[in-house]
Design a binder for this molecule. Structure first.
Ligand SMILES: Nc1ncnc2c1ncn2[C@@H]1O[C@H](COP(=O)(O)OP(=O)(O)OP(=O)(O)O)[C@@H](O)[C@H]1O
Ligand SMILES: [Mg+2]
Length: 336
């Protein structure tokens, strides 16, 4: 068998300077070493976090961050250890929703440590890097994606049952970078509202998931219906004028209490999209002004009303997601 060529460095050899790495080679070796370390760290993180779930939507403002934080809190309510990674560089608002407004990044021995929000949920957000929350970070292309990779590789999450990853709107580079960096992503949750344009965009997200090779766990319809309650004569019928001139007849109970959920946009859009694409419908979340207040005062709806209708709706969605995770296994992307 032919011996492999061996290069022996002889310190007495006058020619030895030819064997030394040039500064450029040295830099390349350092970069390769750093990349290898990061890759190993990502694999280690991948092992320590049992389940990783991406939250996406085609359209902005449909409630991804509300859903991400709600899912995280609902899972934590059920006794799981949970983290949220807020990937939105230009408009990160997860810290605000988790009562962590104004936090700065905490680094110890070269590792980034997450902040702990409501119910002990660990949070890492690009907002922790901002000097001033009103000034958005304008990072483009490779710099932004490099920062995301670093954020994934250098965070000390510890052991987690679930990591929820909140994205900016659209089918851009961020989900691809995360899917390439983090091994074994369980799948993605697509958030939509019942409006046509949001539905159309969520269809784009489903098609996009195929190119990411991350399975779609299902569609969540957010801002779906508004529940009103009231009191009238016992066991009587009330007629309520709903949106679009539609009237609703409701019966009150023996104490005179009644409640009805009105579809403020359109009925069942999320369910229709899910059916059309053959992906599961994970459930509907009501329109609840408490989410907006919670976003402003830093106390999430699930924390301010843990037994409320919205918390119940979230726990049903969590149940459906857990069912889906049990059934699907991610093919994932090869880590490069
Ligand atoms: N179910 C709901 N009921 C009432 N308000 C809601 C609901 N879901 C979200 N909101 C409100 O809608 C606004 C947008 O929500 P959110 O920030 O979660 O959307 P997003 O999809 O993450 O937005 P972006 O695309 O900018 O990241 C917020 O003010 C939030 O409080
Ligand atoms: Mg958001």
């Amino acid at each position: 068998m032919a011996e492999p060529p061996v290069s022996i460095h002889n310190p007495n050899d006058d020619d030895s300077s030819n064997q030394r790495a040039s500064p450029q080679q040295q830099k390349q070796m350092e970069q390769a070493y750093a990349q290898m370390k990061r890759k190993m760290s990502m694999q280690e993180i991948g092992r320590k976090i049992k389940h990783k779930i991406m939250v996406l939507s085609g359209k902005g403002g449909v409630g991804k961050s509300t859903v991400s934080t709600g899912l995280a809190l609902s899972l934590a309510q059920q006794g799981n250890s949970v983290g949220i990674l807020d990937i939105d560089i230009t408009g990160p608002n997860v810290p605000k929703m988790m009562g962590l407004d104004g936090r700065r990044l905490h680094v110890e021995e070269g590792r980034i440590h997450p902040a702990q929000g409501h119910l002990g949920v660990k949070v890492i957000s690009m907002a922790f890097l901002l000097e001033d929350e009103d000034t958005p970070v304008v990072w483009r292309g490779p710099i932004k994606l490099g920062a995301i990779q670093q954020f994934i590789g250098d965070v000390e999450w510890g052991e987690l049952d679930y990591l929820i990853i909140d994205f900016p709107p659209g089918t851009s580079d961020e989900p691809l970078t995360v899917a390439q960096s983090l091994p074994d992503i369980d799948g993605m949750v697509i958030v939509t509202t019942p409006q046509d344009v949001a539905l159309l965009d969520s269809r784009k997200s489903i098609t996009f998931s195929e190119s990411l090779k991350v399975p779609v766990l299902g569609v969540v319809e957010n801002m779906s219906g508004y529940t009103i309650s009231g009191k009238t004569a016992a066991s009587s019928e009330v007629t309520i004028a709903g949106p679009g001139g539609k009237s609703h007849k409701v019966s009150s109970d023996a104490d005179g209490n009644f409640s009805v959920t009105l579809d403020i946009f359109k009925e069942g859009g999320g369910k229709d999209t899910a059916e059309e694409f053959g992906v599961p419908f994970l459930g509907a979340l009501p329109f609840d002004p408490g989410f907006v207040r919670g976003g402003d005062d830093g106390v999430h709806r699930i924390v301010s009303e843990p037994e409320g209708e919205s918390a119940k709706a979230f726990s049903k969605v969590v149940e459906s997601i857990i069912d889906q995770i049990g059934e699907s296994s991610s093919e994932g992307l090869e880590i490069i």
